[in-house]
Write a protein that binds this ligand. Structure first.
Ligand code: GDP
Ligand code: MN
Length: 399
């Protein structure tokens, strides 16, 4: 689950990390009071969307001279002028894709005088299973580009969960960022607080880009991006209210209600598969035969008929879907349950596109019989290769 910058900053502030003062603004009429309560002399107006690159982004139908999704103002009046240019409009950044994202919330913040910009993030290192911090002197830039062009400027330190953050981690971080004296002390302090926030809230990622040194010698988190490990959210019911459904894909919201592992993709072949590995292999083979998958979907091990029906409805609701491939290898999952779920869903929502079903494993004969006797126009397949070729051919023919 992702959250907005202003929400991430409020959480970090709770853990004692230095973030500038600011207020979220959801309605234009609240802006002036929010901005007026900050001291100035500079105000920053920031579009709140679940995507980075806002500063260099562009609004759809931007007028000449209109700047991006993060703007500096020298007065409340000037800042107020930005509200109309941002709220309700669609911002396109490197991370939103070409259609962009509508800005429904703003954040107004006290401006900082920047001396230096750094990059600092934390994530779970898959290899060690420990939290790793990634730091670089190249702040405010696209970190992937830095990693590609100048990998020596990226420093990684992992934290042993038994000891937590130790003084030597602080020294390593300060050295990586070229900080000494009081700033080194602030950096040590910061990494401890960020680690505490990361682990106690079960974050999956925490990115501060940029972390800055102000002209008066203070470290500050100027931007903050946080995502949580969805599998641990049950431990933090208080975080649920930070979820902004307008930022999420409708189909993914529906899928999460049914506890389905569903990710929307932008191809044309809808997929219903059991098991994440088989689902990945199914996406690969569709691509191999020259089409693009419309989604990743793992219905899981012991899915009920209702769950299968819900999954099928989500797939057919996607207007980009021009064909559906059901690929089930029944182990715990029984093929007859899948067959009944598919038929129930087709009866409920109809079937406008070709459907290929490949069943194998537990109760396969029963599953095949149910589908054959249903009178539905289903193309049966013998194996995954056959299934992929059949659905790709059917979609190509229809297009
Ligand atoms: P992003 O573009 O979505 O990553 O949004 P950021 O919050 O990182 O803002 C983009 C850039 O705006 C930063 O890298 C800074 O250079 C600049 N910026 C943001 N806040 C301030 C501020 O308070 N003062 C100054 N001078 N620049 C700022
Ligand atoms: Mn940023």
């Amino acid at each position: 689950m992702n959250i907005h910058e202003y929400q991430a900053k409020a959480l970090l502030r709770r853990f004692g990390a230095p973030v500038p003062d600011g207020h979220a603004v959801l309605k234009a009429e609240d802006f002036e009071a929010a901005a007026g309560s900050l001291p100035g002399p500079v105000w920053v107006v920031k579009s709140q969307i679940h995507a980075g690159g806002r500063g260099k982004g562009r609004f759809v139908e931007a007028e000449a001279g209109e700047l991006g999704g993060v703007r500096l103002a020298k007065s409340v009046a000037e800042a107020k002028g930005f509200v109309e240019q941002m709220l309700g409009r669609t911002l396109v950044t490197k991370q939103t894709g070409p259609s962009g994202k509508q800005v429904n919330r703003l954040y107004v913040e006290e401006g900082s005088a920047i001396e230096k910009e750094f990059y600092l993030s934390a994530l779970v290192d898959r290899e060690s299973g420990w939290v790793a911090f990634v730091a670089s002197t190249e702040g405010g830039m696209d970190i992937e580009e830095v990693a590609h062009a100048t990998p020596e400027k990226i420093h990684t330190l992992t934290i042993d969960p038994v000891t937590g953050v130790q003084p030597h981690h602080g020294r390593t971080l300060s050295k990586a960022l070229g900080l000494s004296g009081d700033l080194a002390k602030q950096a040590s302090d910061l990494i401890g607080k960020l680690y505490e926030a990361f682990t106690s809230l079960d974050m999956a990622m925490l990115e501060i880009n940029p972390l800055i040194v102000t002209k008066d010698g203070k470290l500050r988190c100027l931007d903050a991006k946080v995502s949580f490990d969805s599998n641990a959210l049950y431990r933090h019911p208080e975080l649920a209210e930070l979820r902004d459904l307008t930022e999420e894909d409708d189909k993914e919201i529906e899928a999460s209600k049914h506890d389905l592992a569903y990710i929307a993709l932008d191809g044309t072949i809808g997929c219903m598969v059991n098991g994440a590995g088989l689902a990945m292999a199914t996406l690969d083979i569709i691509k191999l035969y020259g089409e693009e998958p419309a989604n990743f979907l793992d219905v899981g091990g012991g899915a009920s008929e209702e769950k299968v029906t819900a999954a099928f409805k989500i797939i057919t609701a996607d207007p980009n879907v021009q064909g559906i491939l059901v690929n089930i290898f029944g182990g715990i999952m029984k093929c007859d349950v899948i067959a009944r779920g598919v038929i129930a869903a087709v009866r409920a929502v109809g079937l406008q596109v070709p459907l290929v079903v490949r069943l194998e494993g537990t109760n396969v004969e029963e599953g095949k019989r149910i589908i054959a006797e249903s009178g539905l126009n289903v193309l049966p397949a013998d194996d995954l290769d056959d299934a992929a070729q059949k659905i790709v051919a059917a979609v190509k023919k229809g297009a």
